[in-house]
Design a protein around this ligand. Structure first.
Ligand code: URA
Length: 240
C-alpha cells in the first residue's frame, strides 16, 4: 500500500494534509525518515511512526445505507429491527455504528462506519455539515415559510434553530400538499418535523438525500447498502 494511503487510513488527515505531514519530515518507515507518499509499504509488517509514535493499521469500513421506513437507528434492540440488522454478517466489522440518527419513519441516506473521528467531525455542531432532505408536507408551503426558515426559528419548546434553506418543489393546492427540499446544518431531535410544526404544518414523508458531500446513490433500493468509494471517503474528511 502507498504510504500516503496508509497515513490517511490511519486517520492522519486528508490527502493534502498527509502530504504536508510527509514534507515536515515527521514520518519514519522502519526508522528512516520518509517524505514521499508514493513509497510502498507493507501495512502489516513495516513500522511507520509519526514523531517516534508507532501508527497501528486499522482498516475502517464506510457504508451508505438507504434506510427504509420501520427500522430504528440503533446498533441493537431487543424488539425492533435496527439499521445494523440490514448489514451482512461479513460486513459487520467491530465498532460499526450509524453516524447521526434518522427517525423510524424517515428514509434515505445513513452513513455507517467504525471511524470514530470522521463520525465525530460530521456530527460536531461547529463543523456545520449540511444535510439535505426531501419532504412531503401537509399544508401549502409558501414564500412566507421560505423566508421564515431562512432565519433562526424558535421551536415549540423554546429551542432555536440555525437558518436553513427551504425550496418549494411542488404545491398541490387541491390536495393541500407540498413537496419541498430543505437544507439544515445541525441535527436537533426531530428537527425538521418540529420546524414545520412551529409553522403549523405536518411532515408526511421525510427522506435524507445528502450529508456533507455524500449523496444517496439513486441505484440503492430502500434497505440496501454499499461501501463508499475512496473519493467519497476523502470528500467527507473535514480539516480541523
Ligand atoms: N428531522 C426529523 O424530523 N427527522 C429526521 O429523521 C431527521 C431530521
Amino acid at each position: 500500500m502507498r504510504l500516503d494511503k496508509f497515513l490517511a487510513e490511519c486517520n492522519q488527515g486528508t490527502r493534502s494534509e498527509v502530504k504536508v505531514l510527509l514534507k515536515s519530515r515527521r514520518v519514519t518507515v522502519n526508522g528512516m525518515t520518509e517524505n514521499s507518499g508514493k513509497r510502498q509499504i507493507d501495512e502489516f509488517s513495516d513500522i511507520v511512526c509519526i514523531d517516534g509514535e508507532e501508527l497501528r493499521y486499522q482498516s475502517f469500513a464506510y457504508y451508505m445505507l438507504h434506510k427504509p421506513k420501520g427500522v430504528i437507528t440503533a446498533t441493537e434492540d431487543a424488539v425492533q429491527e435496527t439499521v445494523l440488522d440490514l448489514i451482512d454478517k461479513k460486513d459487520c466489522v467491530r465498532g460499526l455504528f450509524p453516524v447521526g440518527r434518522l427517525d423510524k419513519d424517515t428514509t434515505g441516506l445513513l452513513l455507517l462506519t467504525n471511524d470514530g473521528k470522521l463520525a465525530h467531525d460530521l456530527l460536531a455542531p461547529k463543523k456545520h455539515v449540511e444535510k439535505i432532505y426531501e419532504a412531503r408536507i401537509e399544508g401549502i408551503v409558501t414564500e412566507a415559510e421560505v423566508e421564515l426558515f431562512s432565519k433562526p426559528i424558535e421551536l415549540r419548546n423554546g429551542e432555536v434553530t440555525k437558518p436553513s434553506r427551504l425550496v418549494v418543489k411542488n404545491v398541490d393546492e387541491d390536495a393541500g400538499m407540498s413537496e419541498i427540499e430543505i437544507t439544515i446544518s445541525e441535527g436537533k431531535y426531530h428537527q425538521i418535523k418540529r420546524m414545520f410544526a412551529s409553522a403549523g404544518m405536518h411532515v408526511l414523508e421525510l427522506k435524507r438525500i445528502k450529508m456533507g458531500s455524500l449523496e444517496l446513490d439513486g441505484r440503492l433500493d430502500p434497505g440496501k447498502y454499499r461501501a463508499l468509494t475512496q473519493t467519497e471517503i476523502e470528500g467527507l474528511k473535514i480539516s480541523d
